[in-house]
Structure formats: C-alpha cells, structure tokens
Design a protein around this ligand. Sequence first.
Ligand code: ZN
Length: 258
Amino acid sequence: MSTDQSPAPFSQFPGLGQQASITHAVTTRFGPAFGKIGTDQATADAAALTAELLSMDGTAWVHQVHGDTILRVSASGIAGQADGLITDTPGLLIAGRSADCPIILVAGQRADGSSVVGVAHASWRSTVQSITTQLVQRLVGEMEASPPSLHGAIAPSAGPCCYEVGAAVRDEAIEKLGPVAQEFFSPHNDRWIFDLWAANTFQLQEAGVPASQVENSRICTICQGGAFWSWRDQGEEAGRFAGVIGINLTGCKVAQSR
Ligand SMILES: [Zn+2]
C-alpha cells in the first residue's frame, strides 16, 4: 500500500489493484472528507465525490452501528443501519467509514467471470460478532463467488502496536468467538492488546479467502496515521476516511459481450 509521504487523496492495495474488473481505494485525510456519522451531509458529499473521482456511478454506505448486519445493495445512497455491504452491481462503490476501525474489502468472481464485492466495518464489537466471516460467507453462499477467486484486504486501522483494551473486551471476544480468540490478545500492563488485524485475517481465511490473497496495509492509524484519521489519537477532532470497493462498468460490458 502506498504510504503517507505525499498528500494523495487515495491509497490502494497492490493485489486488489491488479484485479482488472475491480475499483477500490482507501481515502486519506487529503481525500474526500467523510462525516462522523452515516447520516451526515458530509458523508453524502464525500461519497458522491469519491465515486466521481474514481469514475464510478455512485456510492452506497450505511450508518454504522458496531453490529453484524450486512446489507445487499444495488443503488447508491445510505442503505440503512448496518456494518457491512455486498453488491454485484457494476458502477456502484460500497463504502465503510473509519477512524481506527479496520475496514475490510473483499472481491471475488463467479464461475461465469462476473464479479462480486463486499465491505465491512470491523470495529472490535463487529469483529467479535464475526462480521468478516459473515461477509465472506455471504459473498460465497448468496452471491456465488468462487472461494479460490477471493481477495481480501485490511485497511489502515488500529494496530497491535497500540490497540489497548480492557479485560471485558477480551472476555466478550472469547465468549463469542471461542478459545481461538485468546490468540488475538496479549497482556499489556494491566490491560490487553487486541490484534484486530490477526482476528480479521483469521476470519477472512476461515471463511475461504486463500491466505496468499489476504492483504494487510499494516499501517496503524494510531501511531503511523499521518494520512489516516484516528479517533484514539485525535479524539473528537478526528474526521473519517473510507475504504471503498466496486465493480467496473467496463468489466461488466466485457463479460456481457461474451
Ligand atoms: Zn500503532
């Protein structure tokens, strides 16, 4: 992933960037300024600007509530209260907003060569509700993506260098995810480090994304977040950036002409 050395409006993952039918980006602090909540006019304006800058028709987003609801969408605009979106509509970007929470982007292909994409806002609460596992399961089960075709990416977010939580978070993770969750925590002073990157990498792979096709920017928004907003670092001053993914219109036309 490109670094924060220059004020570029977008950063991208090398592997996802090689998918000819897919457009994706993680906006930076120098790109479209998303609002703090999904219903902000700023979020609507930034969603429209992002689509325009990436030559897409529009962007769908949600009012994020730290749950595990994933909505299937085919039109731009706010889709409701949820923390994940899936689509097979060419020209439509789907967006997750963040200031520390991992945004997970997934792309896959069906047997006929058409594409499907998904995005999840994997906050710690959504992560312990297995939102990333469920996102991939929806893409495979409902949208008929072939597992070997799946690519997953973890956007800049709170890293294991910094993301400290209390014991109650660890307890809840182990209760909901089972003993495997112990691997995602390490003791730190009187508290715990929650490795959200490891937890979401596990969920991507557990649900079928090949390990070699999981990308992690490994940029911590808290301590390396020059280009990305951080709630833990900037508090109320923090804006929101977004991870977006969509299916190219041209890719669709090529597929239809076969
Ligand atoms: Zn850090």
